[in-house]
Write a protein that binds this ligand. Structure first.
Ligand code: ADP
Ligand code: MG
Length: 350
């Protein structure tokens, strides 16, 4: 039997994102903790009903790599979705609080995300319903102290995606070059998003962010891989875009540019404007898993390179990636994942 809103007592806020707020709740009927997401849905009653119907697909999703689903219901202007509570939280919170995720654990994250994606594609054919399948980014990859890593927030409801305001900004930063240019969604788009997410976790830094000030102790590599910006390059995104300013060249007026035009994306301190960022993704070489201060295993670098091929035709498939050395030669055990997750999990309040 599906969960009802009346059964839930609010415990604490877990976070808020685009069009949603997530709360840790206590289910009185079942005597256990769950996570409830409230999504503000700007739609008429018939569309709401359609959304609630579409979300029922989640009932049939059962995989160790997919966050469990317990039910959904209307809550005044919101749609409520109740899911499994993941007690070590999302990977964006984890790396912001604890610094870069150990590269061996990042390998396990890669494996879990790929297995979750393959489950959605193969078992549920979510992609063939014509819906956006997954929104792979660190905040949608959750961890628990049982050492499990799972994905959430994949778009099973096309109506829901249409009804959430502001979706564009929140999801576009992990968007592949071909999708920015208007190509239809494919499995390969999620592989790109995975590659970007893996670099972010391994370096504790969103790879497209402006390089940190040299004075800052913050994380990582500066702009060694950045190429000069071509002011004549065009962004084939839409014919009605505002004219982009010429970017200052490397090293010039960085602070000023940040102050005057920087837009913070996704709350993560990403300081490129959204149009700069989209243009960068389309026109510049893809980021790589390298760092000045850290070095990563060759197999990890190759894996990420396979995810971040700008041409979706030659970009690796989930199957190929799962067969790569970084994944097959991993020696990380569930016990080690448990230990890591327990060491970074927020202290138990209840
Ligand atoms: P976003 O994914 O864009 O950050 P969401 O509204 O989807 O925004 O989620 C907000 C936050 O709530 C996430 O960043 C995550 O830390 C937390 N969260 C979401 N779902 C769960 C869950 N099932 N268990 C624990 N924490 C969760
Ligand atoms: Mg989310």
């Amino acid at each position: 039997e599906l969960v009802k809103n009346e059964d839930l007592d609010i415990l604490e806020d877990l976070g808020a994102g685009n069009g949603g707020t997530v709360t840790k709740v206590w289910n009185r009927k079942r005597n256990c903790v769950m996570a409830r997401k409230l999504i503000l849905v700007d739609a008429k009653p018939s569309v709401r009903k359609q959304i609630l119907r579409e979300l029922q697909i989640m009932n049939d999703c059962a995989s160790p790599y997919i966050v469990g689903y317990y039910g959904c219901f209307p809550v005044d202007v919101h749609v409520g979705v109740v899911m499994e509570y993941m007690d070590a939280g999302s990977l964006d919170h984890i790396y912001r609080k604890n610094g870069a995720v150990p590269i061996t654990v990042v390998g396990k994250v890669a494996e879990a995300v790929l297995r979750g994606l393959m489950y959605l594609y193969d078992v549920h054919r979510i992609i063939h319903r014509g819906l956006t399948a997954a929104d792979i980014k660190p905040s949608n990859i959750l961890v628990n102290t049982a050492g499990e890593i799972k994905i959430c927030d994949f778009g099973v409801s096309g109506e829901l995606i249409n009804s959430i305001a502001n979706t564009f900004v929140g999801t576009s930063t992990y968007m592949s070059p071909e999708r920015i240019q208007g190509a239809p969604y494919t499995i390969k788009s999620d592989v790109w998003s995975l590659g970007i997410s893996l670099i972010e976790l391994a370096t504790a830094r969103f790879p497209f962010m402006d390089p940190p000030d040299s004075s800052s102790e913050a994380d990582e590599e500066a702009d060694e891989d950045r190429t000069e910006h071509d002011p004549n390059a065009t962004l084939p995104l839409s014919t009605q875009r505002p004219k982009l300013d010429k970017k200052p060249s490397r090293g010039e007026a960085k602070g000023e540019r940040r102050r005057s035009r920087g837009v913070s994306l996704g709350g993560g301190g990403h300081t490129m404007s959204i149009l700069d960022l989209l243009q960068h993704i389309v026109n510049e070489p893809a980021p790589r898993l390298t760092g000045r201060r850290r070095s990563f295993p060759k197999e990890a670098e190759l894996f990420v390179e396979g995810c971040l091929d700008k041409d979706p035709g030659s970009r690796k498939s989930p199957q190929e990636l799962l067969a790569s050395d970084w994944i097959t030669k991993s020696t990380v055990t569930v016990d080690e994942l448990k230990k890591w997750a327990t060491s970074i999990a927020p202290a138990k309040a209840t």
